[in-house]
Ligand binder design. Structure first.
Ligand code: GRF
Length: 188
């Protein structure tokens, strides 16, 4: 059965773009990405959506909490939700409507460097400050607590003593681009 997937992103959206391009390049007709949703009007992900020919929308935090976003997703017949750099907490109404159908990617090896405030460059800075020898990605189901849902997949990269947070971010992004689309493909 054909699956309709919504991608939620708050920032640049390079993962969102990479996921959509992956499925397009495989000519996979069983999966479609009709909408990208952001909580930020000026997020670059809207530009990427336009270039990809995908509709993108902005909803406020209160729209997520009130159920307006859920209503919209139902109207669009969305079966599955991917969080790709999405910074708001997923509200209960979405968790209940999409049990085990919301997947997030975290740019570190959970349970380390997760939780509130641990996003984007903050994560990579914390990894460098802690002198970690490795970092990586964690793909997991979303539950009511930040970064605590069941882990689906992890991949590691080396962190050298000379690495800056930007260096770590680059290595982590490479893992994200390689593995996130494939893991989504397996779990849909
Ligand atoms: C990624 O590193 C993702 O793991 C994290 O936020 C970043 C988003 O990057 N949750 P982009 O917007 O996909 O470029």
């Amino acid at each position: 059965m054909k699956k309709s997937v919504a991608i939620l992103a708050s920032g640049s959206g390079s993962n969102a773009e990479n996921i959509i391009r992956y499925f397009r390049s495989k000519n996979n007709k069983d999966v479609c990405f009709p909408v990208i949703i952001s909580n930020k009007e000026d997020a670059y992900v809207h530009e990427r959506a336009k270039n990809l020919g995908v509709s993108s929308y902005t909803f406020k935090k209160s729209d997520f909490e009130s159920g307006k976003v859920l209503e919209f997703l139902k109207e669009q017949s969305i079966d599955f939700i991917i969080l790709a750099g999405f910074l708001l907490k997923v509200p209960e109404n979405l968790l209940q409507a999409y049990p085990n159908k919301i997947i997030n990617i975290h740019p570190a090896l959970l349970p380390k460097f997760g939780g509130k405030g641990m996003y984007g460059s903050h994560v990579h800075e914390a990894v460098v400050v802690a002198k970690e020898k490795e970092s990586g990605i964690t793909i997991h189901y979303v539950n009511e607590n930040y970064d605590e849902g069941q882990i689906i997949f992890q991949a590691q990269c080396e962190v050298l003593p000379t690495d800056t947070p930007d260096d770590v971010a680059e290595k982590v992004h490479a893992l994200e681009y390689e593995f996130f689309p494939k893991v989504i493909e397996q779990k849909l």
